[in-house]
Write a protein that binds this ligand. Structure first.
Ligand code: CAA
Length: 389
């Protein structure tokens, strides 16, 4: 069975900050951000945006192209949760006007959550080949102001449909997995920003990469030397470059950045989007790589702090570029999405950053986002979302 991703769409936030402005304001050489981290802009959410509104935007774009026929499960992956009990996926189910006969859950393991959702979806479709699973992954990466993680913030969402007859990316069943209990990055219940040991997290990421890859090989995976391209989880572009160098040294392959470069273009402009980041990288590869990647095997590495990781592959299906266009996720569509963001300066960003919480907006907040969905405030403890027609 050729199960995989049938279509993919993405969304990002209303605002963006050029990292050159941050460098100037914080008196940091801009090369540290542009070259040292490999980042140029970061998407910043408006007060009336959250993981639900970003996910709904991506979902609406996807479903406008695919329709909802066959969807019986929605899995929402996020680490920017808005409730400890109710799945934020249920808000998405309502905003996207999905039918009642759909099961809806939220999934969490830091940035790995999107891949956990994908793997669950593949399992459901293997059991019920006529069904489709809608996966939405959305996050707001928000670190403490003044901390080392601040220039690696961002916001983004993807929505994809998993089906038995994928028109975008087949996902072979072979997969390598890895778990290690490590405190590299986590967000306790009483904190709106994560606690992070940045350099430990980079080491943990790379140990997880070689660990997951070794398991992938043991499970019968195609060796790295035969993979045409790689997309590694990208909290910032340089991390993916370091990961690639480590994987090449580990496997004896000697290919350089040319096999990861096109997967880094969108993340460089959006910043970290946690659960969505790997899938935005996949969109970047499929949308911008000059080569025809049809029927080639692409190595995919998903990492979630804490830590859980997976190495697996995706195989682009003939016509994948046209399929991207249908959901507005081709290179032109994504360029338009990025250009539509409102650029803010550093002082404006810092005020916004200080106010952002999961319940930042209230009913007196004038609309900021121009997106089709906005968070309007909390009434009697209930989150309220508005849909613009
Ligand atoms: N020109 C060019 N490069 C420069 C430079 C300049 N003027 N000044 C510094 N650099 C380079 C440094 O040499 C360094 O590159 P190398 O690592 O290749 O040597 C790079 O810029 C970064 O410099 P520092 O290591 O000094 O940066 P830092 O300590 O201030 O922050 C960080 C780096 C710790 C990763 C920080 O960004 C952070 O905490 N990020 C959040 C955590 C994170 O993203 N971890 C990644 C793995 S965990 C994960 O993947 C899950 C997830 O999504 C969070």
């Amino acid at each position: 069975m050729n199960i995989g991703i049938d279509a993919l769409a993405c969304a990002t936030s209303h605002y963006c900050l050029p990292l050159a402005d941050m460098a100037e304001a914080l008196d940091v050489p801009v090369g540290k951000y542009h070259v040292g981290l490999g980042q140029e802009h970061m998407s910043i959410p408006a007060l009336d945006e959250d993981a639900v509104t970003l996910g709904a935007q991506a979902g609406a774009r996807l479903l406008a192209a695919t329709g909802t026929a066959g969807i019986r499960t929605v899995i929402f992956a996020t680490e920017s949760g808005v409730d400890q009990s109710k799945s934020a996926g249920v808000f998405l189910h309502a905003l996207l006007e999905l039918p009642r006969h759909v099961r809806t859950v939220e999934m969490k393991e830091a940035c790995y959550g999107g891949t956990a959702a994908l793997q669950s979806a593949l399992g459901i479709v293997a059991r019920h080949p006529k069904e489709k699973v809608l996966v939405i992954a959305a996050d707001i990466a928000r670190y403490a102001a003044g901390g080392s993680g601040e220039p690696t913030q961002g916001a983004g969402a993807v929505a994809f449909l998993v089906s038995a007859e994928p028109r975008l990316l087949r996902i072979p069943a072979v997969s390598g997995v890895y778990t290690a209990d490590i405190n590299d990055f986590w967000r306790p219940n009483d904190s709106s920003t994560p606690l992070v040991d940045g350099h430990l997290s980079m080491d943990a990421y790379m140990d997880a990469l070689t660990g997951a890859y070794d398991d992938y090989l043991e499970q019968g995976g195609i060796p790295a030397a035969q993979l045409a391209r790689f997309v590694h989880h990208q909290p910032f572009g340089k991390m993916a470059r370091k990961a690639h160098a480590r994987l090449m040294a580990h496997t004896g392959d000697s290919r350089g950045d040319e096999v990861i470069e096109s997967g880094l273009a969108y993340g460089r402009q959006i910043g970290n989007s946690y659960t969505a980041a790997l899938y935005i990288g996949i969109l970047s590869l499929l949308g911008t790589d000059p080569a025809d990647l049809t029927d080639t095997a692409i190595g995919l590495f998903s990492y979630g702090s804490g830590a859980v990781a997976e190495f697996f592959t995706g195989i682009p299906v003939a016509g994948y570029r046209e399929r991207l266009r249908e959901t507005g996720a081709d290179a032109e569509g994504v360029a338009a999405l990025l250009a539509a963001r409102e650029t803010i300066d550093f002082p404006t960003y810092r005020v916004l950053h200080g106010s952002l919480r999961t319940d930042a907006a209230d009913f007196s907040t004038p609309p900021q986002t121009t997106a089709p969905f906005r968070f309007a405030g909390v009434s009697s403890g209930v989150r309220q979302y508005e849909v613009r027609s």
